[in-house]
Design a protein around this ligand. Sequence first.
Ligand SMILES: *[C@@H]1O[C@H](CO)[C@@H](O)[C@H](O)[C@H]1NC(C)=O
Ligand SMILES: *[C@@H]1O[C@H](CO)[C@@H](O)[C@H](O)[C@H]1NC(C)=O
Ligand SMILES: *[C@@H]1O[C@H](CO)[C@@H](O)[C@H](O)[C@H]1NC(C)=O
Length: 118
Amino acid sequence: MAILQRNCAVLLVVVAAACVELYQAQTSIGRCACPKVQAVKGKISDFQVLEKRPSCDKTELIVTRINPDNSTQKLCMFTEGVRAKRLLSCWESINKNETRKMECIDRPKMAGNSTTEK
Ligand SMILES: *[C@@H]1O[C@H](CO)[C@@H](O)[C@H](O)[C@H]1NC(C)=O
Ligand SMILES: *[C@@H]1O[C@H](CO)[C@@H](O)[C@H](O)[C@H]1NC(C)=O
Ligand SMILES: *[C@@H]1O[C@H](CO)[C@@H](O)[C@H](O)[C@H]1NC(C)=O
């Protein structure tokens, strides 16, 4: 009888562990950092690239924007835009080196040289 009880207890633990695993898998599937993206205008002070990963099947770009009142805001940037593409290709070209990130940001020169942001 004692043996049976022990087996039951073991089984219970195994089942519980499996449930926890399943639960975690479910909550991480499709978990991208950005529920939605937007075109980001204005000055940005930082950015973060989240590569494709098991829990999210797209590359995400999170930028820190400086608002006119100097407050900052983290925004998920629309990655198909010209600006985002340039950031991403710059990021690749510096080998994703965090310390050189600013090289990708400190370039307000737009392709058309029409807007001079300040
Ligand atoms: C924003 O920061 C700049 C430089 O620090 C300062 O001159 C300006 O007054 C600030 N503007 C606001 C709205 O706080
Ligand atoms: C990143 O860039 C800095 C400055 O150019 C360099 O000193 C450093 O070794 C680089 N780090 C990596 C991981 O490439
Ligand atoms: C940008 O345009 C202005 C005015 O058309 C011109 O004077 C300036 O040289 C241009 N700058 C660059 C970097 O092309």
